[in-house]
Design a protein around this ligand. Structure first.
Ligand SMILES: [Zn+2]
Length: 314
């Protein structure tokens, strides 16, 4: 009788317990976040949500090329290209690195506070509707909450991909983990400052291209490039989907030998699988950013991409 109870009741319980133990052991262990030590003045602003005196901060009148990071945890927050002179006395940006900023209602009931999304450090406030830049947004940030990283130390990497209508390529890359920003534009042609109409005429030699900025600690270039071959059809020679023309051709632009080798390796793998890949592998040229209305097209319009669908090929 006792034996029966053991088999019917205790044994299943034990097995379940063992299963939980195995599952728990397999869970990824969260790394303990190491924060930088703060001075009392840094603590007053970053932890106690204070504000530095206007026109007193290091980055108010600062125009170097690079990335602004969180003073406390080192996370990337803002790009210098999004900084503008607002004359308000604090560094101002009209855009942030996607996912970097957390917005919370300020206890004053009026303003919106901004924090580092990674560690919660107080950064400042965000304001809309002031009409200062086309993006109509001002992230007003305390200099003391940030560090600055010149371009040469930038931890982010970039890849350029042309795979048909750039709205779709941009949309798909915005879904990939580790991608920090995507811009659409033109590359590979022989004219300066091309417009959409000029590129569409087919006379500029440019391809509709997506600039993909990613964090190599979260996603490798190889995975970013692999994804490219799975969000468009690399075997279509005359364009992509219903979009026909040279500007819609499949091109992977590499910036160095390492990227080139990875691209060629991936194409070989696909060819061995029977895909007749026509993707060109070309040294990257100057990237001409497309007109504002092409950026984040699907996000702005709420439409869905018509010719880019993820299809597993590797
Ligand atoms: Zn932080």
């Amino acid at each position: 009788m006792k034996k029966k109870i053991f088999i019917n009741w205790i044994l299943p319980e034990l097995l379940l317990l063992a299963l939980f133990a195995v599952l728990f052991a397999a869970l990824p262990k969260e790394k303990k976040m190491e924060y930088n030590k703060l001075t009392p003045e840094e603590k007053r602003v970053i932890i106690d949500k204070g504000t530095e005196m206007p026109f007193s901060g290091k980055y108010v009148d600062y125009h170097e090329d690079g990335t602004y990071t969180c003073k406390r945890c080192g996370a990337v927050l803002f790009k210098s290209k999004d900084k503008f002179d607002s004359n308000c006395g604090w560094p101002s940006f009209d855009d942030a690195i996607p996912g970097a900023i957390k917005k919370v209602p300020d206890p004053d009931g009026i303003r919106t506070e901004i924090e580092c999304a990674k560690c919660g450090a107080h950064l400042g406030h965000v304001f809309y509707g002031e009409g200062l830049t086309p993006k109509d947004t001002r992230y007003c940030v305390n200099s003391i909450s940030m560090n600055f990283m010149p371009v040469k130390d930038d931890p982010l990497d970039t890849g350029y991909f042309a795979g048909g209508c750039f709205w779709g390529v941009e949309y798909e890359y915005q879904q990939l983990k580790g991608v920090k920003s995507v811009r659409v534009g033109y590359m590979g042609g022989h004219t300066a400052n091309p417009t959409y109409e000029e590129v569409c005429s087919g006379k500029t030699g440019h391809y509709e291209t997506a600039e993909v900025v990613f964090n190599p600690e979260e996603v490798s270039y190889e995975d970013v490039a692999k994804y490219f071959f799975e969000i468009h059809d690399p075997t279509q020679a005359d364009g992509q989907g219903p979009d026909i023309g040279e500007q819609y051709h499949s091109v992977l632009f590499f910036k160095n030998d390492e990227q080139k080798k990875i691209a060629e390796k991936l194409i070989d793998i696909l060819k061995n699988k029977g895909f007749k890949v026509v993707t060109k592998v070309i040294k990257e040229g100057k990237f001409w950013e497309a007109e504002a209305y092409h950026q984040d097209y699907y996000e702005k319009t709420g439409k869905q991409p018509y010719c880019h669908v993820f299809t597993k090929r590797f």
